[in-house]
Design a protein around this ligand. Structure first.
Ligand code: AMP
Ligand code: GLY
Length: 428
């Protein structure tokens, strides 16, 4: 089978490598891909939000399945586009249709969905500039810190957590009246602050049957000790030591089952990954957010632990018989450390030569913001590459990844040296 994988991050390199292990895969195309995916398949230099170009390539390359990595094409309706086109509708798509993708595309929509299906989440209300004064009043009923969320996609920057009521009111006004996050903050969700430990759980579903993938914890801030600006993620660990069986059973009963049943009740045709961001509050799960794709860098620790055939699981997703497929997960621990460009998540340089990749032993390097030019690997983004290691303890895996990160060189290389230390020190 010929597969087209959309995306260009570490997530896509990890998905591509795992799919490459399958005997069901013939040709793999990655659009646009990166310097890492070149050795796994064929990169296509196309805009993944231009569906007509995708159509042309699907017909030309005899594509039978599309796996969608990032959220944007899903929110823009790639799955609907494929199914509504007579020449393309035979192609299986891993990733929800536009309505399902709204769970990530609109925080207000996802809160309404959770409320309707009794899925535990923070109490909330949504506001527009027409009812700004009511927003102020609602803020006055809450205790600090105050959580303000732009309703739409804001490149991971649309959530503000503020200690002071006066600041929260100012920011609410800025979001609603001055378009602080552009269109995305036309509506703002204000919600109760949840205090606990965060983790993510990943589910693969065909809309009826589901498989629960390993849990993971990521490290979002740029600075050590979880300080500084938010990033796409600076490292990840799977499994999450504090997500024991009792907790994960609660996640399945209280969150996963009502989510899948909710899809049925609301006629949401959902085939693909669900990324559930959770807060563990004294042993009880609360949903912080849904994403309609895998996380990055969470994929770089979840997918390497998969022993089953990923392409076969994807066939289960598109054909609706995921219950017939087997999910086997390695007991080993996986950790990944993300190396970024100096300056990220603010301005940074690109096109810097990366050397030393050939010296890696005992770890896997997943390329993210890289490109290959005349045989050289150059930086091409803020998050450059992540180094994943597997083993029997967090310490052992970190040691391998940090040793290998020392072998890789490029000007401005930065990575956090404290990934996993909170789990090791606090024994959680
Ligand atoms: P989101 O984009 O919804 O994942 O929010 C970004 C981050 O803000 C989350 O990963 C949490 O760390 C934090 N956050 C979001 N909502 C809440 C909440 N209700 N209580 C506490 N922290 C939150
Ligand atoms: N690492 C968080 C995300 O992929 O959204």
């Amino acid at each position: 089978m010929n597969i087209l994988l959309l995306g260009s991050g570490g997530r896509e390199h990890a998905l591509a490598l795992k799919m490459r292990e399958s005997s069901l895969l013939s040709k793999l195309y990655i659009a646009p891909g990166n310097a890492g995916t070149i050795s796994v398949g064929t990169n296509l230099d196309i805009d993944i939000n231009n569906f007509n170009i995708i159509k042309e390539n699907c017909l030309k390359l005899n594509i039978e399945m599309i796996v969608v990595g990032p959220e944007a094409p899903l929110v823009n309706g790639i799955h609907d586009f494929i199914k509504e086109d007579n020449e393309l509708k035979h192609i299986g798509v891993v990733g929800p249709k536009k309505l399902g993708a709204t769970l990530e595309g609109s925080k207000d929509f996802s809160k309404i969905f959770m409320e309707k299906h009794n899925i535990p989440t923070a109490k909330y209300k949504s506001f527009t500039k027409e009812n700004l004064q009511e927003g102020y009043k609602f803020l006055e009923t809450l205790s600090p810190p105050f959580v303000l969320k732009a309703d739409g996609l804001a490149a991971g920057k649309g959530v503000l957590i503020l200690d002071k009521l006066s600041n929260a009111k100012e920011e609410l006004k800025d979001m609603l009246c001055n378009s602080k996050f552009g269109e995305a903050s036309t509506t703002v969700v204000i919600e109760e602050f949840l205090k606990g430990i965060e983790l993510s759980v990943f589910v693969l579903t065909d809309g009826t049957n589901y498989k629960i993938l390993p849990s993971a914890k990521d490290y979002k801030r740029i600075g050590e000790g979880d300080t500084g600006l938010n990033t796409g993620g600076m490292g990840a660990i799977s499994p999450v030591p504090f997500a024991d069986k009792d907790f994960l059973d609660k996640v399945e009963e209280r969150v996963i089952k009502p989510t899948i049943n909710g899809f049925k009740k609301d006629n949401i045709d959902y085939k693909g990954f669900i990324f559930i961001g959770l807060m563990n509050m004294n042993g009880d799960p609360f949903v912080i957010e849904y994403n309609v794709r895998m996380g990055d860098p969470e994929t770089e620790v979840v997918i390497p632990r998969l022993k089953s055939d990923l392409v076969d699981l994807f066939l289960g997703v598109v054909n609706g018989d995921l219950d017939k497929k087997e999910l086997i997960i390695s007991d080993e621990i996986a950790t990944t450390i993300m190396a970024v460009s100096g300056g990220y998540p603010e301005a940074y340089d690109k096109n810097i030569v990366i050397t030393g990749l050939e010296n890696i032993t005992g770890s896997t390097v997943y390329h993210a913001g890289t490109k290959q030019v005349n045989g050289e690997v150059l930086t091409n983004g803020g998050r450059v590459l992540s180094v994943t290691s597997m083993g029997n303890s967090i310490e052992e895996t970190l040691e391998k990844s940090y040793k290998n990160l020392g072998e890789i060189n490029y000007k401005g290389k930065y990575y956090r040296k404290d990934i996993g230390q909170d789990l090791i020190k606090n024994n959680i």
